[in-house]
Design a protein around this ligand. Structure first.
Ligand SMILES: [Fe+2]
Length: 109
């Protein structure tokens, strides 16, 4: 079963709500048990949300690589490649963020 803190939105997994929220310290009474449909959505989207977060982090980690390629400026084609790659990474990263935001809005979080 899943229980959500009504104060901070922390989600707890267990047979009952925790005595106190591990995130904000709110008492057990502030937790609401998620209904079956919402619980299924949370579990079904868990791995995909993790993948999206890793994807965003990977895009972030590749920015310096692109900037270094632009800085080296071996030839115009290479500079163009790294410039396009940097722009594409930004677009992909923002797409992934939008997807996560959509998931949150649909209880897929
Ligand atoms: Fe909380």
């Amino acid at each position: 079963m899943l229980f959500k803190c009504s104060v901070c939105n922390y989600t707890h997994e267990g047979d009952s709500a925790p005595d106190f929220c591990p995130k904000c310290g709110a008492p057990k009474e502030k937790f609401n048990q998620l209904d079956e449909a919402t619980t299924k959505k949370v579990y079904a989207s868990d791995e995909t949300n993790d993948l999206l977060m890793k994807f965003i982090a990977t895009c972030h980690d590749l920015f310096p690589l692109c900037e270094r390629g632009i800085e080296i400026n071996l030839d115009p084609a290479c500079r163009s490649f790294f410039t396009k790659a940097k722009d594409a990474l930004w677009t992909l990263k923002q797409n992934a963020k939008a997807e996560i935001e959509n998931h949150i809005g649909k209880n897929k979080w």
